[in-house]
Design a protein around this ligand. Sequence first.
Ligand SMILES: [Zn+2]
Length: 285
Amino acid sequence: MPDLDQNEGVLLGANVSVAKTGLLAAVEETIAYDANTFMIYTRSNRGGKARPIEDFNRDAGLARMDEHGIVDPVVHLSYLVNLASPKADIWTYGVSVLKEEIERVSYLGFRYIVMHPGSHVGEGVDYAIGRIVEGLNTVLTGDEPLWVCLETMAGDGSKVGNSLEEIAEIIARVDHPDKLGVCIDTCHNYSFGYDIVNDFDGFLQKFDDVLGLDRLKCAHINDSKNPFGSRKDRHANIGEGTIGLDALRRIVHHPQLRGIPQILETPAGQYRDEINQLLGRTPSA
Ligand SMILES: [Zn+2]
């Protein structure tokens, strides 16, 4: 059983709901998990108009975070955003949602927005990267009080940003690279073919070589339903997939990930148990 010191500086939480009371609901759910960070979507992934951010009970939520030592939450951008799309209406929609989300997250005072780079839907990776860069350059002014973090993907479908090199190329070509960060995802990285189970250090070394470790701003901690290199994106519950509890525990406790928000996006609503397992905590009766 790991002692308490082992969890010093580890920020671990889950993808929580903003239903009804907004930020307050997200924080109360996080407190129920005995977690110290979290992730939210501020708008529905089914589209439609976003709920006004002024209705999110920001001040009450921030006060509860303070009381419980909850820090550095992450906001995930809507899945409907695809800045790589060749279709003008989809690209324009993505640009407007990203712009709006930056304002919403700035209002909340949070530092990280995570987004999927996009899908090229047949046009190829080079086309997609150019399109994403164009989108980011349309939105970012350099004055944003936060980082837009590109998430590493699993290589499924026509997604881009699967390899660290693809992410690096996007960052290299934007006008305000200082506003960009990276969010890794254990399920995606393993499915794509980075052996984070046997050589997480090697993966981080590669990350440092290609991107620089100061770009690493957050991590999604998920097990995977599919084997290494399968290029499929199906999250499994912690300890029930091909990555396994031991490897995920090592990753969560890696010195390089201290202070970085690590977020579970696992399927079965067992976040409290999973966080306890990862941190080696005995669940209180
Ligand atoms: Zn994601």
